[in-house]
Every structure is written in structure tokens, then in C-alpha cells.
Design a binder for this molecule. Structure first.
Ligand SMILES: [Zn+2]
Length: 204
């Protein structure tokens, strides 16, 4: 499995292109559909699925045209439908934890609300795509519509239980970095450390 990071748009968004042989998945395709389509063609990849970590505009912007063009339905947690600009006819809406098989990809979708009510983290093998829930050294904002700080702490505690060598791929490359590991964040990320402590003290 190969993971390419496409940094697109004016807000340091990270779109992830995951491939296995000639099969590909996109996570949070946004901003520049012609670049994304060109990259798929250049790498001779067939797009099998599109998933969104949440519904904020900077993670879905212009993605509807890609969905229209490919006939694929983008996976979005139902709780984020009110935030998304994509017409629901182009979405596969779901609730709760999901295991999804798309081509050769066996995905585990973990609800991680807090940044938004419908934020999810997408686990694929040794990787987890955390959207705006978990960043290297930080977490997403919790002062936005449908944000919830307590849910965020519970979600960070949940992610902290993933295997330590799990590679994190975040929704933005703030500070030039979008990747880390769960083991490193368990020790170094103050938000995750607080969440682990709160869970231990049964405050969540
Ligand atoms: Zn966001």
C-alpha cells in the first residue's frame, strides 16, 4: 500500500491518495480536482472510493464535481451532512463505526466526534487518517458549530488505544508536518496526554 500526500488549497489541507496496485482511494479530496484527476491518470490508477473525515468546506470543496464525474459516492458520517456543501445524492451517508471493503482496501471507520459531530478517523492497515481530530502535537478546534470539547477528549483517548506504531495522517500540514505515530503522540501531544489522564480518572 502506498500513501501519497497532496497538499492543496490555501489552508494547508492534506488530501491522501492511497493506492494498491492500480486501485486507489482518496481521502478528503478538495480544492484542485484537475490536479487530483491528473495525478490519478499520471499514476495509471483507477479510483475505487472517496471518503471524507468530516464535512468542513476545506475538506470537501469542489469534490462534488469529482463524484459526479466518477459516479462514486463519497462516504460521509451523517452527522456532518448539515456542514457539507455536497448534494446528498453524491454521498454515502452512514452512522457509527463501520467496516468497509472497497476494492482491495479494508477500512475501519472510527467515529471521533469533537471537532465536528460527524468527524471520523479512518484506519487502514497500519495507518489512520485523523482529519481535524488529531494533528502532530495538537488537536482540532472545538469552538465551531457542532464542536464538543468533551467529545474531543474521549475521541483522543480512543485514538490513543490504537497500536503505538500506527502512522497518523492528519487533515492539515500545520507547521509543515501532517504525519506522526500514535506512540509519539501518546507521549508528546499535551491534548492526547490530558485525554489519557481523564480516561484513567474516569472523567470522560
Ligand atoms: Zn475541520
Amino acid at each position: 500500500m502506498k500513501i501519497d500526500v497532496l497538499e492543496l488549497g490555501p489552508m494547508a489541507n492534506c488530501t491522501y491518495l492511497v493506492s494498491e496496485g492500480s486501485d486507489a482511494l482518496l481521502i478528503d479530496p478538495a480544492w484542485d480536482m484537475s490536479f487530483i484527476t491528473h495525478t490519478l491518470q499520471q499514476k495509471k490508477l483507477t479510483l475505487r472510493g472517496v471518503l471524507f473525515t468530516h464535512g468542513h468546506f476545506d475538506h470537501v470543496k469542489f469534490a462534488q464535481s469529482l463524484l459526479e464525474q466518477t459516479g462514486l459516492k463519497g462516504y460521509l458520517n451523517e452527522n456532518d451532512l448539515p456542514l457539507s456543501s455536497i448534494d446528498p445524492q453524491f454521498l454515502h451517508l452512514y452512522q457509527g463505526e463501520q467496516t468497509v471493503q472497497i476494492g482491495p482496501f479494508n477500512l475501519h471507520i472510527i467515529p471521533t466526534p469533537g471537532h465536528t459531530a460527524g468527524s471520523v478517523s479512518i484506519q487502514l492497515g497500519n495507518a489512520v487518517f485523523t482529519g481535524d481530530t488529531l494533528f502532530p502535537g495538537a488537536c482540532g478546534r472545538v469552538d465551531l458549530p457542532s464542536s464538543d470539547p468533551r467529545d474531543m477528549r474521549a475521541s483522543l483517548a480512543k485514538l490513543a488505544h490504537l497500536p503505538e506504531d500506527t502512522q497518523i495522517y492528519a487533515g492539515h500540514s500545520y507547521g509543515g508536518k501532517c504525519s506522526s505515530t500514535i506512540g509519539y503522540e501518546r507521549i508528546k501531544n499535551p491534548f492526547m496526554r490530558n485525554a489519557i489522564r481523564d480516561e484513567k480518572e474516569q472523567l470522560l
